[in-house]
Write a protein that binds this ligand. Structure first.
Ligand code: ZN
Length: 235
């Protein structure tokens, strides 16, 4: 079982860790800061530093309770090494991730429309909403409201609740279908000031002040229940 340091600290760029197991799929450490793909957020770019050498991590996946680091190189069980992430890339991803939560909060507030899909990149992001009426003007109004909201410094906080508490508070799931596997017993909550709180496994900035300004890139209609808003961020 890997200690998932990124779930409580998304700003740590380096950490010392120990190799506990090596499988065909890759290396398992006692703890890691390298985010595996999930929740619409891509994997980090990261590497190991061992005895003055850099070992590229080519794939980061979570299987069960372990994070598997596929590497371009060799390490041995028991090795103590440093995990280092590409912070510039991580910071872009988490800015976009928190931005999408603010976007989904505004859409929920105004239209009571849930999220039906979403993808985060380092330079753009998109969300699909279960909306009936949708056009460019509506989307631009939503983005304007997001930017109005982003003028205030809303702190982002992470906390944990039990699955039972989540089931008693269904409003904590903003996606149309719950994406949390039944096996997950501890639920992570991401709260953005007083504007949004959601069950979420992904990584976020500390404050909405770090997001910048949101721009509407384009919209598209992907069918019933999938009205897509493509956004980008400016400093
Ligand atoms: Zn999220």
């Amino acid at each position: 079982m890997t200690e998932l340091i990124y779930t409580t600290d998304s700003y740590l760029t380096e950490i010392e860790a120990k190799v506990v197991e090596i499988r065909d799929e890759g290396v398992i450490l006692d703890r890691t800061i390298a985010y595996p793909q999930g929740g619409g957020q891509p994997s980090d770019k990261a590497k190991f530093l061992l005895d003055g050498e850099e070992i590229e991590i080519t794939k980061i996946r979570k299987i069960g309770t372990d994070v598997i680091h596929k590497i371009d190189g060799t390490v041995n069980a028991g090795d103590e090494l440093t995990v280092k992430i590409d912070w510039e890339y991580r910071f872009k991803l988490i800015r976009h991730h928190t931005a999408l939560h603010v976007l989904s909060a505004i859409v929920w507030d105004k239209y009571k429309a849930k999220v039906t899909g979403g993808t985060i990149y380092h330079n753009k992001a998109r969300l699909d909403f279960d909306m009936m009426e949708f056009n460019k003007e509506i989307a631009q109004n939503i983005i304007d409201d997001v930017n109005e909201t982003l003028k205030t410094d809303h702190k982002v906080e992470v906390s944990f609740i039990t699955r039972e508490e989540l089931e008693n508070n269904p409003e904590l799931i903003r996606t149309k279908v719950s994406l949390i596997p039944e096996s997950v017993k501890t639920i992570r909550l991401v709260k953005i000031g007083d504007i949004d709180i959601q069950a979420d496994g992904g990584l976020h900035v500390r404050s909405t002040r770090e997001i910048g300004i949101m721009g509407l890139q384009s919209i598209s209609n992907k069918g019933k229940g999938r009205k897509r808003i493509n956004i980008e961020l400016y400093d």
